[in-house]
Design a protein around this ligand. Structure first.
Ligand SMILES: NC(=O)c1ccc[n+]([C@@H]2O[C@H](COP(=O)([O-])OP(=O)(O)OC[C@H]3O[C@@H](n4cnc5c(N)ncnc54)[C@H](OP(=O)(O)O)[C@@H]3O)[C@@H](O)[C@H]2O)c1
Length: 337
C-alpha cells in the first residue's frame, strides 16, 4: 500500500474523481492537500472522502509535514496566474524532495502536449513540465503528467436533471461535478447546439475526450505501475471520435441538431476578434472565450498529441475500460420511462 497526496483534491471534478477511484480500488491510501484558510480550521476532514492536510504552499515545513508517510504526489491544482502555478508546483516538489517522495505529477489534465503552444492560457504548461521534470530528475523522483483531452462531461452541459434522488445520481454521473459553462457556445445538446470541428480538408476532426470518472480510474491504476513507467507524458484516451459521430448518435436518441461546423480559419477570425476586444477592454470572460476558441482550433487541426491523444495509459493499464461516447450519450440522454 502506498499513500498518495492529491494536491487540490478538493476540486469537485478531477480531485473528486481521482480521490474516489483510489479509495474505491482499496489498495492505497489518500490524503488531500488543501490551502489553510481560517474558516476551514474546523472543516470536517472527511468531507471529501479522504483526510485533508491543510497546507501553506509558501511554507516548505508546512508542505513537508503534510507529506510525511506519502510516496506519491499528484497535483490537480489550477492557479490562473502562470508564474504562481509554476512557483507553487516547484515549492511542492521541493517539499517532495525533503519528504522523500518517489513519484510526482504536476497538474496538466489538458489536451495533448502539442496544444500547449497553441493555446495562450496553456502555454505555461510547457514551462511547468520542463521545470518540474528537470528538478525531479535531479533528485531521482519519477515525474509524469497526465493528459485526457477535454472532459466528455461537457456533452451534458446545459441539461436539466429532475430534482429527485434518481435525478441527482444522473447528474453526478453526467456532469461529474463539472459546473463551468466554458464549452456551451460549441456544445449545448439540450439547446440543440453542436459545432462540428473540421480539418483543413473539410472532414470532421478526430477528437479525444475522457469521462471525469474514467480519468480517476486511469490514475488509480497508474499507481500500480512500476515506478520507471511513471515518466513523461502519460496520456489517456477515453474515446476518440468526431462530433459528426455525436450528431448521428443524438439522432439515434431522437434529437436532430442543426448541422453547424467550424474550421481552423473561422476559429482564427474569432480569435483575432477576441484579441481586439481584449486590447480595448480586458475581461476574464473574453480571455476564457479566446482560450476555448484556441482549443477548438486545436480540435480542428486534429493532430495526434494535440486534439487527439495517444492511448498510452490505456495500453499500460488495460484493466481500465473507459466509457465510449456512444455509451455516455445513450446513458445521459435516454428518456426515463
Ligand atoms: N481537460 C479539460 O477539459 C479540463 C477542464 C477544466 C480543467 N482542466 C484542468 O484540470 C486541472 C484542475 O482543474 P479544476 O477545474 O479541477 O480546478 P479547480 O477546481 O478550479 O482547482 C483545483 C484546486 O486548486 C486549488 N487552488 C486553487 N487556487 C489555488 C491557489 N492560488 N494556490 C493553491 N491552490 C489553489 C484548490 O484547492 P484548495 O482550495 O482546496 O486549496 C482547488 O480545489 C487544471 O490543470 C485544469 O487546467 C481540464
Amino acid at each position: 500500500m502506498v499513500r498518495v497526496a492529491v494536491a487540490g483534491g478538493t476540486s469537485p471534478t478531477l480531485g473528486r474523481s481521482i480521490v474516489t477511484a483510489i479509495l474505491e480500488n482499496g489498495r492505497h491510501d489518500v490524503v488531500i492537500l488543501s490551502r489553510k484558510v481560517p474558516d476551514r480550521e474546523s472543516a470536517p476532514t472527511e468531507a471529501y472522502g479522504a483526510p485533508i492536510a491543510y497546507v501553506d504552499y509558501s511554507s516548505g515545513p508546512s508542505l513537508t509535514a503534510a507529506l510525511q508517510g506519502c510516496q506519491i504526489v499528484i497535483s490537480v491544482l489550477k492557479i490562473l496566474d502562470p508564474q504562481a502555478m509554476i512557483d507553487t508546483h516547484l515549492a511542492l516538489l521541493a517539499a517532495c524532495v525533503t519528504a522523500k517522495i518517489s513519484r510526482f505529477s504536476p497538474s496538466d489534465w489538458s489536451l495533448g502536449p502539442l496544444s500547449h503552444s497553441q493555446v495562450d492560457l496553456l502555454e505555461s504548461r510547457n514551462q511547468l513540465w520542463k521545470s518540474c521534470s528537470e528538478l525531479a530528475a535531479e533528485h531521482g523522483i519519477y515525474c509524469a503528467d497526465f493528459q485526457n483531452g477535454a472532459f466528455m462531461n461537457y456533452f451534458a452541459q446545459g441539461k436539466k436533471f429532475p430534482n429527485d434522488k434518481e435525478g441527482q445520481a444522473e447528474e453526478a454521473y453526467a456532469l461529474g461535478g463539472l459546473k463551468d459553462g466554458m464549452m456551451l457556445k460549441y456544445i449545448n445538446l439540450p439547446s440543440q447546439k453542436l459545432i462540428i470541428p473540421l480539418t483543413s480538408d473539410g472532414t470532421p476532426s478526430l477528437i479525444t475526450m475522457t469521462l471525469l470518472d474514467d480519468i480517476g480510474k486511469f490514475v488509480a491504476a497508474a499507481i500500480d505501475l512500476p515506478p520507471e513507467q511513471w515518466q513523461g507524458h502519460l496520456s489517456m484516451a477515453g474515446d476518440t471520435f468526431t462530433y459528426e459521430h455525436v450528431y448521428s448518435l443524438m439522432q439515434d436518441q431522437g434529437l436532430v441538431l442543426p448541422h453547424e461546423t467550424t474550421t481552423i480559419d473561422q476559429c482564427q477570425t474569432l480569435i483575432d476578434d477576441l484579441d481586439k476586444a481584449l486590447t480595448h477592454h480586458f475581461s476574464l470572460e473574453t480571455l476564457i472565450e479566446k482560450m476555448v476558441a484556441q482549443m477548438i482550433q486545436v480540435h480542428c487541426r486534429g493532430e495526434i498529441g494535440g486534439g487527439q491523444l495517444q492511448p498510452t495509459l490505456n495500453q499500460l493499464c488495460p484493466e481500465v475500460k473507459s466509457t465510449t461516447i456512444a455509451e455516455y450519450l445513450q446513458r445521459v440522454y435516454r428518456s426515463r420511462t
